[in-house]
Write a protein that binds this ligand. Structure first.
Ligand code: DNO
Length: 404
């Protein structure tokens, strides 16, 4: 697999030139300053490429080309936003960038309640705690109807915790959940969240899935003609929050959407960390089922912890090889899939991967790095994953695959 790294652009505290020491082979980035719904211009893309090439890299994967809320809800300026999306795809193709990651999560991208939970080894990790989330939902956002989404014991625990929180604690919790994380479409105030929640009234899971399929029916045929690959990132976490529908939380969800627009350009981002929070996720099985359509892999691990509702576990971001996901088996399955593609003569046999997130370790500590994206923690993750890749030998055939 191509060992890539997410880089947030010139303001990223990690320097491109340092990444050669980490063993990074390719870059995943986006033009974060352009808001969802607006087209990416050719010049902005070329400017970013020049910065990358000065640092000795090429732009391997776009993450993300964000889908606007209007496209997800099919309201307002949807048509012009779809036109802008197509313009961006054409401009990216013109610049020889072929892989584009996006997600279809309503309102919030990835959601955590703590960005730096202390770990017993001395480092820190991101964490999702359902009781904290309920505190936010019931007592800070005060969402209408929220109480129905939580069992009695959880409501009581949330009330108890809220009564003991200081003003500062509440602000931090609110910021962790709504302030928009790197890679999120935007950062929202409480009023924004309430307004956006309103725009999802009446949007059921079926309706959101239909809206995703409508969007893909517009953009995937174009991507196919341009020789590009779109890859949908799963819901993170893979269960409903704030009463919103979720449509990319399981292997079955991927089957539905990949089959509905059955083109190679309509593909998946396999994020083992997001999908792996669900006890039903089986990484190697996911690869066996969707392998030919996996265009990008986010490799990270999570560890479930008991919450007061079994369908919505608490979890924290574990070291890359240590969580609930069978990482070695999943990487092996991805390597087998690459061999299958090579045998088939596919030009895109090599799957770009990145060590997704990392714990904050050693000099990462102190809160100076982007939450989830510290240098040392991700470097450890990439080193471990590289070891797994290097240990792979094709189970069939005699050739050593050499390139991994
Ligand atoms: C979090 C990321 C997500 C991802 C988007 C893709 O670290 O994996 O923010 O970039 O969901 O659209």
């Amino acid at each position: 697999m191509k060992q890539c790294w997410r880089w947030f652009g010139p303001d990223d505290s990690v320097k491109l030139s340092d990444l050669h020491q980490v063993g990074v082979e390719g870059i995943v980035t986006a033009i974060h300053a352009i808001p969802p719904g607006k087209a990416w211009g050719a010049q902005a893309i070329v400017d970013r490429q020049s910065i990358l090439s000065a640092g000795g890299y090429r732009w391997d994967v776009v993450e993300s080309l964000p889908v606007s809320e209007e496209i997800k809800t099919q309201t307002g300026l949807m048509s012009s936003h779809i036109a802008a999306y197509k313009t961006s795809l054409r401009a990216l193709a013109q610049a020889n960038i072929e892989t584009v990651c996006y997600n279809f999560m309503p309102i919030l991208d990835w959601t955590r309640t703590s960005l730096r939970a202390p770990q017993s080894h001395g480092g820190a990790a991101m964490l999702f705690d359902l009781t904290d989330f309920a505190v936010f939902d019931l007592h800070i956002l005060e969402r209408r109807g929220a109480a129905e989404d939580y069992v009695d014991a959880l409501r009581a625990a949330a009330f108890e915790r809220f009564s003991q929180m200081s003003g500062g604690d509440k602000t931090i919790l609110q910021r962790n959940i709504t302030a928009g994380l790197p890679g999120a479409n935007d950062s929202w105030s409480l009023a924004d969240v309430r307004r956006l929640l309103n725009s999802y009234k009446g949007i059921t899971t079926e309706r959101l899935r239909a809206n995703l399929v409508d969007f893909l029916s517009e953009v995937a045929p174009l991507a196919e003609t341009l020789g590009m690959r779109l890859c949908c990132h799963p819901d993170d976490p893979p269960f409903s929050l704030l009463g919103l529908p979720r449509v990319m939380s399981s292997s079955a969800d991927y089957s539905a959407v990949l089959n509905a627009v059955d083109l190679p350009a309509n593909g998946a981002t396999l994020c083992t960390g997001s999908l792996g929070v669900s006890p039903s996720f089986d990484g190697p099985e996911f690869v066996k089922k969707h392998g030919p359509r996996i265009h990008f892999a986010h490799l990270r691990n999570t560890k479930r912890l008991a919450s007061l509702m079994s369908d919505k576990p608490n979890f924290f971001e574990a070291p890359h090889l240590d969580g609930d996901t069978d990482m070695v088996g999943t990487v092996h399955a991805l390597m087998v899939e690459q061999d299958r593609r090579k045998a088939e003569g596919r030009a895109d046999w090599q799957i770009p991967m990145r060590p997704d997130h990392g714990q904050e370790l050693l000099s990462d500590l102190g809160g100076h790095s982007t939450p989830g994206y510290p240098l040392i923690g991700r470097m450890r993750g990439l080193a471990e994953l590289r070891g797994v890749m290097a240990a792979y030998r094709p189970s069939l055939g005699t050739q050593n695959c050499g390139e991994y």
